[in-house]
Structures are given as C-alpha cells and as structure tokens.
Design a protein around this ligand. Structure first.
Ligand code: ADP
Ligand code: 5GP
Length: 211
C-alpha cells in the first residue's frame, strides 16, 4: 500500500492595505489551487454592484451583526475604515478545516491581529504589500471604485497598517502580479507539507514496521 498523507485543513489569513491587489490575488488562488475555500465574511455594508449575498459576503443589518457578537459567533470582527462592521463567523471556518479543506480569509489588519493575540485556531498569516505608496495610490485611483476622499482615507489607513507587518508569518510584495501569485502558492504548498499537520503519522510508522 502506498503512503497517503492525511492532514487537517489549514487556515490562511491574508491581509493587505486596500488597493494592494489582495482580492485579485485571492481570486486567482481560488481558481488555481485545489482544496482551497474562501471564508465568506459577514458585513453591515451595502452590497456593491455585482456582489452576491453568500458568495462575496453575507450582508446583514447592524442589529443582526450585534446579535452575532452577543452570541459569540465570530472568530474575529472589526469596524473597518471607521464605518462598517466586518466579521468571520466560526461556523464558516471550523467545519471546513475539520473536513481537511484549507480556508483562505481576507480580513483587515485589526482582525488578523485579534486572531494572532487570541490564537483560537492554528493559522498562517500573510501580509501583501504594494511595491510603493505611490503605486498603491495609482491602483486605488485606476480601480475607479472609491471617491478621492475615500482613497485618501485608505492611504492614511495603509500608513498605519504597515506597522503590523512584524506580526505576520510571511510577506509578499505584489509588484508583478504573476510573481506575487507564485509566491503565495509556494507558501501554501510548503505549509501543506508540514509534518505537524499530519493526522495519520501513526499509520505511516505502522506501514514501515509491519512488512
Ligand atoms: P484589494 O483587494 O487589495 O483592495 P484589488 O485586488 O481590488 O485590491 O486591486 C486594486 C487594483 O489594482 C485593481 O484595479 C487591480 O486590477 C489592480 N492590481 C492588482 N494587482 C496588480 C498588479 N500586480 N499590478 C498592477 N495592478 C494590479
Ligand atoms: P470591502 O468593503 O472593500 O470589501 O472590504 C474592506 C476591508 O474589510 C478589506 O480590507 C477586507 O480585508 C476587510 N474585511 C473583509 N472581511 C472581513 C472580516 O471578516 N473581518 C475583518 N476584520 N475584516 C474584513
């Protein structure tokens, strides 16, 4: 019988200043890497054009969100850009991990920091940064989604967020998109090979000793 590696799922936390290219990269990863699922967050903001409830986010009222906080349903949550609540529900993550699925979370730096402090679950954290602040501004402008006022707010937030880089396991600079994507894949594939994630180590020993 050939050796089969069995492991629990792994949680990948990805954070980045807004406009760094995090959504673009996550989208590509989900298409190209098998056994990787997205953790759909809850938010109190309105859906943007084209966004689908249950796929991009679960869109809920502030009242519903606060009820979920009271019921301790979140692994982490935060008020992002001082406006809306965003949170990751435990039920979105834990069942997938138990089934051996890897889960990718797109959360802001405050949320990532909460998980790092509380460590409710094993995880790998990755910080994506743009090649420069100037390029970040260019990307936010060329995305054409936010007002100039909103863009300035995001750039100011970025200056604060970068200070959290030291708490992360990995850093990826998103300069050339394809290079950043292959860095992310390399991180995911090496984490998947960590011996500490094996759940069938005893049966591997057995196969070698019972011949
Ligand atoms: P985030 O999710 O981090 O806010 P997006 O994925 O929406 O960022 O990317 C912001 C903008 O930058 C988008 O218009 C996207 O197409 C563009 N972009 C992403 N990665 C790169 C890259 N490596 N080079 C140039 N433009 C990029
Ligand atoms: P957007 O409104 O542009 O989709 O997202 C704004 C910010 O909220 C992004 O930085 C994104 O990473 C963050 N975000 C999305 N979901 C969550 C979440 O569940 N928790 C936290 N803390 N941040 C989130």
């Amino acid at each position: 019988m050939k050796i089969k590696l069995e492991r629990k799922g792994e949680l990948f936390i990805i954070s980045a200043p807004s406009g760094s290219g995090k959504s673009t990269l996550i989208h590509m990863l989900l298409k190209e890497v098998e056994n990787l699922e997205f953790s759909v967050s809850y938010t109190t903001r309105e859906p943007r054009k084209g966004e689908v409830n249950g796929k991009d986010y679960f869109f809920v009222s502030e009242e519903e969100f606060k009820k979920m906080i009271e019921n301790d349903e979140f692994i982490e949550y935060a008020k992002v850009f001082g406006k809306f609540y965003y949170g990751t529900a435990k039920k979105q993550v834990y069942s997938k991990i138990e089934k051996g699925k890897d889960v990718i979370m797109d959360i802001d730096v405050q949320g990532a920091y909460q998980i790092m402090q509380k460590k409710p679950i094993d995880f790998t954290s990755i910080f994506i940064i743009p090649p420069s602040l100037e390029e970040l501004r260019n990307r936010l402008v060329s995305r054409g989604r936010d007002s100039m006022e909103e863009i300035e707010k995001r750039l100011n937030t970025a200056k604060n967020e970068i200070k959290y880089l030291k708490y992360f396991d990995y850093v990826v600079v998103n300069d050339i998109l394809e290079d950043a994507l292959s860095d992310l894949k390399a991180i995911i594939f090496s984490e998947r090979r960590k011996v500490k994630r094996l759940v069938n180590i005893e049966s591997i020993y057995k196969q070698f000793t019972e011949e």
